[in-house]
Write a protein that binds this ligand. Structure first.
Ligand code: ARG
Length: 460
């Protein structure tokens, strides 16, 4: 058996079970690029500070580049007995270049090394998720552009409430996604500080330059407190929280569209490209992708809960428990990227069934609130208007008709203030036209917001 990099004081080697249980190479090899980048920055700083020679620096750099090449060509052997990505790369470097490699870990611990790698990895992941969020927003805005003027029932309590423009509804999701992207950007700003040089927990007496490595790795600044630097996982919790909120938004979008694709609603039809069938029922065409978007949100929430639970009650500073922080992050990122991608594809492959939607509009007295506003305009106090319209609705329910079917005499028998201009307020088309407040479903308002999104998302 090869001696461990930390093996000096040990007389016996670990059991196979312990080796298998404590390894992280099976998953943290995903950090190899960041690990090499961090090591190169560290070596350059050691050279500049006179802690290693220029020839040492040169062979470390070349050796690391060669290792990166081998990893990318599948020629690198990842070894479980070398525990994690850091020791695999360092040991391989020693195999490759010999003595100079032994100087690389000067003024560094795996505790600050792993966090440097992980912060760099999360930074890239945030950028990738941000791009996918934008792509979904673009798909939703384009879908809105294709559906100008379509009125749909708006719901509260899943009961018919008021008529809204389909565009308005689609843009609601675009707004939510914008905040999701914003949360990720906020998280990126806070995580972009460099732990490298914190060493095990206390820093070092060697003359390192933490500002140099921080700048070389595009961090804003070195982290100020070395104990905090190796203990902190709040950047992970924050990242996973942002992902969890995004996942919940996508889950709600998924639920909306699964519902709308049902026979009972029938408001949208996904194309075959985004549907799957049943192994027993020949007629079935199911919106599985959006069901799985809804379903996979559970994992993303679970990943956050794993991290929170992991960190709860840990004493300062580094504890090996913290090795368990990687898999939830990898899972969360992979899952959210897939959810965003498939949601965008779904948006590009749905058709809204305008006739079916249109036919459904008369049900549910969607114009009742507009009628109450009409009475307010006639100087009736709103509470009284509410009551009057409520009584008009009761008449409609007993006669199985709509508000616009009531004659002026019938309306006047409820309250004398009704006039023939009331019919300009009744029916969903008239009702939608009356909305004018900022952020409302009024067509001018929605058109202007759609225009803003087209500009902001650079849609051509
Ligand atoms: N693989 C470890 C992790 O991910 C690296 C740090 C290990 N440090 C230690 N002292 N055992 O947390």
């Amino acid at each position: 058996k090869e001696a461990k990099l930390w093996g000096g004081r040990f007389e016996e080697s670990v059991t196979d079970a312990v080796e298998r249980f404590t390894e992280s190479i099976s998953y943290d090899k995903a950090l190899y690029k960041q690990d090499i980048l961090g090591s190169k920055a560290h070596a350059s700083m050691l050279a500049k500070q006179g802690l290693i020679t220029i020839p040492d620096w040169d062979s470390i750099h070349q050796g690391l580049s060669e290792i990166e090449r081998r990893i990318e060509n599948g020629e690198f052997e990842w070894r479980t007995d070398r525990e994690d990505v850091h020791m695999n790369i360092e040991a391989a470097l020693t195999d490759l270049i010999g003595e100079p490699a032994k100087k690389l870990h000067t003024a560094r611990s795996r505790n600050d090394q792993v966090l440097t790698d992980f912060r760099l990895w999360c930074r890239d992941a945030i950028d990738a998720i941000g791009a996918k969020i934008k792509h979904l927003q673009v798909s939703l805005v384009k879908l809105a552009m294709e559906n100008e003027g379509v009125i749909v029932p708006g719901y509260t309590h899943l009961q018919r409430a008021q008529p809204v423009l389909l565009q308005h509804l689609l843009l609601a999701f675009v707004e939510q996604l914008e905040r999701d992207a914003g949360r990720l950007l906020d998280c990126r700003v806070r995580l972009n500080f460099c732990p490298l040089g914190a060493c095990a927990l206390a820093g070092t007496g060697l003359p390192i330059d933490r500002f140099m490595t921080s700048a070389a790795l595009d961090f804003t600044a070195p982290m100020k407190n070395s104990i905090d630097a190796v203990s902190d996982r709040d950047f992970v919790m924050e990242f996973l929280s942002a992902n969890a909120i995004t996942a919940i938004h996508l889950s709600r979008l998924g639920e909306e569209w699964v519902l709308w694709a049902s026979e009972e609603f029938g408001f949208l039809t996904p194309s075959d490209k985004v549907s799957t069938g049943s192994s027993i029922m020949p007629q079935k065409k199911n919106p599985d992708p959006m069901e799985l978007v809804r379903g996979k949100s559970a994992r993303v929430v679970g990943d956050l809960v794993t991290l929170l639970t992991l960190c709860k009650g840990l004493p300062l500073a580094y504890n090996r428990d913290l090795q368990e922080d990687k898999e939830p992050v990898f899972d969360s990122v992979k899952t959210i990227l897939g959810m965003l991608e498939v949601s965008a594809e779904f948006a590009q492959n749905v058709t809204f069934n305008r006739e079916r939607i249109q036919k459904s509009l008369p049900a549910g007295h969607l114009d009742a609130t507009t009628l109450a506003d009409y009475l307010v305009k006639k100087s009736i106090p709103f509470r009284t208007s509410h009551d009057i319209v409520g009584r008009a609705v009761a008449v409609c329910v007993s006669k199985s008709c709509q508000l616009q079917d009531l004659s002026l005499d019938e309306l006047r028998s409820i309250h004398p203030v009704f006039d023939k201009d009331v019919y300009e307020f009744l029916g969903v088309e008239n009702s939608v036209k009356k909305f004018s407040s900022y952020g409302s479903t009024g067509s001018a308002c929605v058109a202007s917001q759609l225009g803003d999104w087209v500009t902001k998302l650079e849609i051509t």
